[in-house]
Design a protein around this ligand. Structure first.
Ligand SMILES: *Cc1c(COP(=O)(O)O)cnc(C)c1O
Length: 389
């Protein structure tokens, strides 16, 4: 008989923000895909049958006339803007808070990103602020969905129509979101997706897609994606293009993963709802949860605004919960883009979001226990402030 061992407190393993096992459940399929594509007689590694099949599957799931798969979300934005003829002298209105490609893709075409402040609640670009920045040089509006909330696309659609502007919808994070019955990516003249691993339909590598109902625009994007060739005739270059081709291996793997996407999205939404229910009482304690509800929500990351963001972050870290600060500065405060900002201009809502945003883990294979632990830890921090009873 062995003596009973005294109970030792079990410490749960830390919860990473970026999970190391995103594709673990698909390991066999991934290896089979590598083998099949790698040893296939066709030796076709880019823009082959898998890519065509992937584009078709996305067209069907989105009800879109055209999908063009390309090498990244950033590249998708570049190809769309270039296909729309955005060039030096043009202006494109973009959010002041968001990721670098929103400004960089415009700047790399020689055009000027014009930064509009964001809505303080949705954190997406404020349509009124955007409207005030429209000038005769404005070529396009480029709203972006952010974190878990879609931009106010009905207003942007109306603005673009009223001013005769192109509308580029950066839906890189929002695949699976639906607003008023219309999927993310389907509100703009063109929408873009990113398949980089962390996105809602992420994959183990780089990739993106352009979605549009405009066949002429899609044709130009297709040409620009492969060195300005028209697909039918190689080595005839009609325009100065890019190399933004899609990988066959990734296309085959994404086709394998597509049927499971609705279930993974539903699990993300479920976790977000649980966080929102737990965090609803915390607003008085300086922790504001994102807008809850289903319409116009996309569950990419779950981002709270915390008055004492860095202290909350440290508290979570001490309890084994890894977090992420997405954009610690506004785009016009970035050294790369500051010269596009009018001297003295301010973006108060964007600046406030940059100072307060904190993203919590949100991925489908988080367990209920992990979700409760994360929520408990956030609530315990709020309790400590003494403002929440
Ligand atoms: C991720 C992202 C992109 C860029 O996508 P990549 O595939 O990483 O190039 C563009 N816009 C937004 C809003 C994003 O979140």
């Amino acid at each position: 008989m062995t003596a009973p061992t005294p109970a030792t407190p079990r410490t749960a393993p830390p919860i990473p923000f970026f999970p190391p096992d995103l594709f673990e459940a698909d390991r066999e399929a991934l290896l089979d895909t590598v083998h099949a594509v790698g040893t296939g007689a066709a030796q076709k590694f880019i823009l082959g049958g898998h890519t065509a099949g992937f584009e078709q599957a996305l067209r069907e799931s989105l009800g879109a006339a055209e999908v063009v798969a390309c090498s990244s979300g950033t590249s998708a934005l570049t190809l769309v803007l270039a296909a729309m003829g955005v060039e030096p002298g043009d202006e494109v209105v973009v959010p002041a808070f968001g990721c670098a490609p929103l400004a960089a893709t415009v700047a790399n075409l020689g055009a000027r990103p014009v930064f509009a402040d964001i809505d303080p609640v949705s954190l997406t670009i404020d349509p009124d602020a955007a409207e005030r920045l429209i000038t005769p040089r404005t070529a396009a509006l480029m709203p972006a969905h952010l974190f878990s909330v879609m931009a106010d696309m009905p207003r942007f659609r109306e603005l673009a129509d009223r001013y005769g502007l192109r509308l580029v919808e950066d839906s890189a994070v929002a695949q699976g979101g639906v607003l008023r019955g219309r999927p993310a990516g389907r509100w703009g003249d063109a929408g873009v997706f990113s398949f980089v691993q962390v996105k809602t339909f992420g994959m183990p590598g780089e990739g993106g897609a352009v979605v549009t109902d405009d066949p002429a625009l899609a044709g130009r994007v297709r040409m620009l994606r492969n060195h300005g060739q028209d697909g039918a005739r190689r080595f005839v270059h009609h325009v100065v293009g890019h190399n933004s081709r899609f990988d066959e291996l990734q296309a085959a793997f994404q086709l394998h993963r597509l049927p499971g996407l609705p279930e993974r999205l539903a699990r993300r939404a479920e976790i977000a709802r649980r966080y929102s229910a737990r965090f609803a009482p915390l607003a008085g304690a300086g922790i504001t949860a994102p807008q809850a509800g289903g319409d116009g929500r996309c569950h990419y990351v779950y981002t709270v605004l915390a008055e004492r963001r860095d202290a909350l972050r440290a508290h979570l870290a001490a309890k084994g919960v890894d977090t992420h600060v997405y954009y610690p500065r506004t785009l016009p405060a970035q050294p790369a883009f500051a010269h596009f900002a009018p001297p003295g201009a301010r973006w108060p809502n964007a600046e406030s979001a940059a100072a307060r945003n904190l993203s919590l883990p949100l991925y489908p294979h988080l367990t209920d226990e992990q979700v409760e632990h994360i929520a408990d830890t956030v609530c315990a921090f709020a309790d400590r402030t003494g403002e929440v009873r």
